[in-house]
Design a protein around this ligand. Sequence first.
Ligand SMILES: C[S@@+](CC[C@H](N)C(=O)[O-])C[C@H]1O[C@@H](n2cnc3c(N)ncnc32)[C@H](O)[C@@H]1O
Length: 447
Amino acid sequence: MRRDHRQTVLSASDGIDDLRDINWTFEGTDTKSLTHGLHNYPARMVPKIPDTLVGHYKDQGVIDEGDLVYDPFSGSGTTAVEARRHGLNAAGNDINPFAVMLSEAKAIPLERGSLSEARDSLVNGLSQELRDVRAAYDQSGEVERLEMPDVRDGWFPEPQLHELTAIRDRIDAVEDESGEAYARFFRVVLSHTTRKVSYQRNGEYKRYRLSEEDRSEHNPAVESIFEKKLKQNIEKMRDYANRVDHELDTTIHYSDSRTAVADVGEDQADIVITSPPYGDHQTTVAYGQFSQDPALLTGEVTYDEMKDVDKTGLGGRYDVLESIPELEEHSPTLKATLDTLRGKDGRSDDALDFFRDYYAVMEQVAQVTKSGQPVVWVVANRTMSRVTIPTHLITRELCEHIGYEFDMNLPREIPTKTLPWENAPENVEDATGDLMANENIVILRAP
Ligand SMILES: C[S@@+](CC[C@H](N)C(=O)[O-])C[C@H]1O[C@@H](n2cnc3c(N)ncnc32)[C@H](O)[C@@H]1O
């Protein structure tokens, strides 16, 4: 039988010389293996993408063990996890404090014995404590010793919210005994439990509440949800920790990648692998909204930090950069796209704001990365006002203006993804092949 290698899911360990020979769809591969499965996050990168890229560039001698992989949009830390799996250090940025916590929880391995000890002190006596909390709540409608989190009113069944808060306090106590890394790992389990317990509808990234009828029947068992996820995550962490070097470093900065050089430094990264947001958080993926209540329940993140996440994302309303009137002159595709939008309903300003911010990150990444090293942007082509935004072409052109050298563009279909925006473009001039792909992997070399 003739074997079509393009249809085979390959990783770099299969010795593929040319990245164009790989089927980047990776349909059917497990995206929750190892610590990738610790917690959900919107628009996660498929782990096989950084896995394959890092493996390939290692094989080619472009990067080496001990080098630094940088991701300016760390999200849930997919790049950082894969970096460590390949023996590399990782750095990243994110403006979502919950993403920072999650990335570190996933990428920093924990010692097996210490994890078991920390788990034991967390769960010993938990059942009794939760029974006491429910009893106190049943009696008086409150539990005096608990300082309740600042979550949205009407989004949680009540006795359960108190139970979640009691678990938060137990994790704080574990932190004192076992240290921050162990507490962080448990906070991720608590966050998962919080989402399941709340009235948030499953599978949605925006705030959608269960119907009133469904809410009245929603009576989740906090302890069993928490313990089930705890067990799963411990297994995943053990598996990961057995395979990776514990001496490597992972540092995710809770800061804006539009000013990344200040945190990461110049000429530090040997490779960059990142997936930027598709557009501003308000109209595409609301990362802050997704994370807010679970993050607040962890006790490590404040309401003030969370409420601004979606406004601080690229193209958002906070920390607005100076406009760059000539930006569209640097990218013919951006100019053509903005002209099409201008002929419609004026969303060209929103698009321009987004690309101005994205351009600032491209400039910072150019400084953070060693000259000539690979910089990989995994981008999606969203639509605005039914006009496709060819982000892959704009990425290439803006980067080239900064002095990056274009290497290649790899189109990729997303097997089963519902894109979080209308996907019905009316027209894009010069639209060809790659535009129809859901995502493109744009590879350049740093200036
Ligand atoms: C597409 S997600 C990254 C997903 C990630 N690759 C993963 O696998 O989980 C984009 C991320 O960029 C972050 N972000 C948006 N604007 C940012 C900015 N100005 N600086 C740093 N991070 C930002 C968002 O909070 C979000 O976590």
